[in-house]
Design a binder for this molecule. Structure first.
Ligand SMILES: Nc1ncnc2c1ncn2[C@@H]1O[C@H](COP(=O)(O)OP(=O)(O)O)[C@@H](O)[C@H]1O
Ligand SMILES: [Mg+2]
Length: 294
């Protein structure tokens, strides 16, 4: 952990939020991206944490919202349970403001709205909650001091994930390069279409991300080809390789990009961030401004 992508020019990168040395808070409605796939273990959390970190490294102010009761993004960013006072749960159910819960991480420019164990009961609670699909949208689609909100979704197409889809501009779908990669995906695509029609017309798939690619394994190549045939240019050019450093980093409470920025996995996520930004420029240029919710 000798060098980080934040390097010596960090203060310059943060300069847009500083005026005469005094911090100023710029608020705007952030772009909201959810990392979603109802399958577990496909690389959602790894992608959410490292994409958020890479976006911070290029000077963006980023909030990572941990919507998974397991809280892997929270612990992976070094936040301890004892640091948490207000969580995503409180924002959804107790009308807490995002600012009350957001915790600064060791990564400059990156804050996390932590998960809590209470989220594991959220499904049942949401059923009887008013405007149950809009709770997260109402909390996040407001002026906030962030350019990007990245939501790490739980491994299900539950009401929690539905809240993320309703709140989001766009979805990043990680797909593990394994035999059943495409299985169940039509269900996710249909859900996104349904949410777009019913609750959130702005919603779109930002991109499909091939993860855990093993170049020594023919199957990985075949799966990647199949996914590209199915999703065409929605698939990011960047492929995330299988890399042990990516799985080690969370146990140090650090994103892989900070833990070892030279490892192939970290490099791939830095590359992904620049591809995401390129797509963002295209999307923002061509999209009609959508002002109000739903
Ligand atoms: N590219 C990768 N190479 C090696 N291990 C990975 C990679 N991406 C994720 N992992 C590991 O695989 C497991 C599942 O990844 P995770 O991001 O938690 O998936 P999800 O959030 O979809 O359940 C974790 O232990 C993680 O560290
Ligand atoms: Mg996860």
């Amino acid at each position: 952990m000798t060098r980080t992508p934040f390097g010596p020019s960090l203060s310059k990168k943060l300069s847009p939020d500083r005026e005469g040395g005094k911090p100023i808070t710029v608020t705007r409605i952030p772009r909201i991206l959810s990392v979603a796939n109802q399958k577990g273990g496909v690389g959602k959390t790894t992608t959410a944490v490292n994409l958020a970190t890479a976006l911070s490294a290029i000077g963006k102010q980023v909030l990572l919202v941990d919507l998974d009761p397991q809280g892997n993004a929270t612990t992976g960013l070094g936040v301890k349970r004892s640091d948490i006072q207000t969580s995503t749960y409180d924002v959804i159910f107790n009308e807490a403001h995002v600012a009350e819960g957001a915790i600064r991480t060791k990564v400059p420019g990156l804050a996390v709205l932590p998960s809590s164990i209470h989220l594991s009961g959220a499904e049942i609670e949401l059923v009887t909650t008013s405007r149950r699909e809009f709770r997260l949208q109402e909390a996040l689609r407001v002026p906030l001091p962030y350019d990007y909100v990245i939501i790490d979704c739980p491994p299900s197409l539950s009401l929690l994930t539905l809240n993320a889809l309703v709140a989001s501009d766009s979805i990043v779908v990680p797909l593990q390069c394994e035999f059943y990669a495409l299985e169940g995906l039509s269900h996710l695509v249909k859900t996104i279409e349904r949410v777009k029609k019913t609750f959130n017309p702005r919603l779109d798939i930002h991109g499909v991300l091939l993860t855990m690619y093993d170049k020594r394994n023919n199957l990985s190549g075949m799966v990647a080809q199949d996914v590209r045939e199915y999703f065409g240019d929605k698939v990011y050019k960047t492929i995330i390789p299988r890399n042990i450093r990516l799985s080690e980093a969370p146990s140090y409470g650090l994103p892989a990009i900070v833990y070892d920025m030279r490892c192939p996995g970290a490099r791939a996520y830095i590359h992904l961030a620049s591809e995401v930004i390129k797509r963002e420029r295209k999307i923002l240029k061509t999209s009609e401004p959508l002002t109000s919710a739903a």
